[in-house]
Write a protein that binds this ligand. Sequence first.
Ligand code: ARG
Length: 579
Amino acid sequence: MLGMTTTILKLLEQRFKAAFEKLGFDASFPVVLHESSKPEFGDYQVNGVMAIAKNLKANPRELATKIVEQVDTKNVIAKLEVAGPGFINITLSNEYLNQVLNKDLLKVTAAKCRKVVVDYSSPNLAKEMHVGHLRSTIIGDALVRLYEFLGHEVIRRNHVGDWGTQFGMLMAYLVEIKQDNSDITLELSDLEDFYRKAKTRFDEDQEFADHAREYVVKLQSGDSKILALWKQFVAVSLDHCQGVYDRLKTKLTREDAVGESAYNDLLPMVVNDLIAKKIAVDSDGAKCVFFAPGELDVKDETPFIIQKKDGAYLYSTTDIAAIYDRVQNLHADHLVYVVDARQALHLKQLFAAVKKAKMVRPETIMEHVAFGTMLGEDNKPFKTRSGDTVKLITLIDEAVQRAATIIRGRNSQWSEIEINKLADVLGIAAMKYADLSKNRVCDYVFNFDKMLAFEGNTAPYMLYAYVRISSIFRKANLPMEHYLNHQVIITQIDEHNLAVHLVKFADRLLQAANENYPHYICSYIYDLAVLFMRFYENCPIMKAANQKQHDSRLAFAALTSEILKVSLNLLGIEVVEQM
Ligand code: ARG
């Protein structure tokens, strides 16, 4: 059975491991197994034999030959071949492929299911959501879907910045302009504009700035009037964010927004705990966690400040408290932070501090899923012509509008309603896919034309591939689901290659989750679409030799289509039936 317990990589590994045992190898010798990079190297390749030979002072090719003789190939492997200095090329048997190519390919479960908290999006509420929040939202949402698909229990946490000094400024400005009965929603209809005006007042007017600081103190001491105002402000901001999340079709809801303020009550305890454990120490009145040189794998040796001299708590303190909550109250065993790469030091210090304080269990996994900056065409951080940050909603609107123009050009007979409906899906899909298909660690250049192109590894290409395959069934009026379990027969190389790729689905998803790399899914489905098209050209369904072959080819189409759909959904992209 594939999926639940054994993926193809696992299965091959077991077979080789058993051969290693028979040859009396040390149990620590790894089976280094990879997908082959070229068809002439078979489907998979073992390339760790040279290292073992070195260890045993043996001839690598001879050793590889000995291993090959011991590997149990039954049902799974058609051919094993020693190549080059001691590589072993593996070709999977068609018998095996026939057997596993069915609906069960789509059942992929993690070896161990965990309770995972994914911290993502997390904008600061003082401002409107801008392009800087796009990547965390998109990548985080894809990871949430992937983890859930694999059977993990996922808790989403939108760690919004809803506390801190900038709120004093906003409160002061709100009080200044607010006519007694005026509607706060109206005044905050343009948060960005509101923030700018408040900031101008703050910078220009000393009295106003003093007011602002007073409001911070009042807010923190729980002054009910100021607190009520703050609550309204937060509510309006969160509504705005939710509008963006819904538009982007993310899974985030209002319940997931557990902002910095939610941890206020825990802050004194957290600081005291770290002091009691002598992990935080006094430094000029401030409370800091120091790390010995080399303790963190960074050059920067700035301490992790958890309380300022004036007693104020910081971003760091809240994050420690959030970990306490996630581990102690939510019982999470895996914490994921989808946060800009520029916060790497903060997260390293955070993880190290809570480990030292034993606030997490030794086996608790904490990961910073870092991502690079979104750049404009000029390779500089994405800005408007006038140098302002771009509002996220404006960017989404433009993507959808551009998608509509493209669709209108391609389908002259469509109604405006049909065009707009598809444009909404396509525009957003294009933005998501462009982001997710790149290695998240790198900066990436945001380009509407590229992401909306129908060629290459793009959303339009993938959605179109899906539409073409499902139209095979629609045109012939055949139920696709029926063919998902139809027996395949492999006679041609393009069938074999497509089959092998389909079988890789489980391993690729697990790898994507292991490394938090959604782009693995994108390259998988892109290759899948390319392989399918090659198969479709060379193994025409209508020209099948007999009914069995005809049905087998439809089974290939059905499985490809289903895997495309599931994968796109994992990326937060809905498929369409027409394009
Ligand atoms: N609000 C922060 C910012 O805009 C991001 C928060 C990320 N999450 C966290 N737990 N620190 O930079």
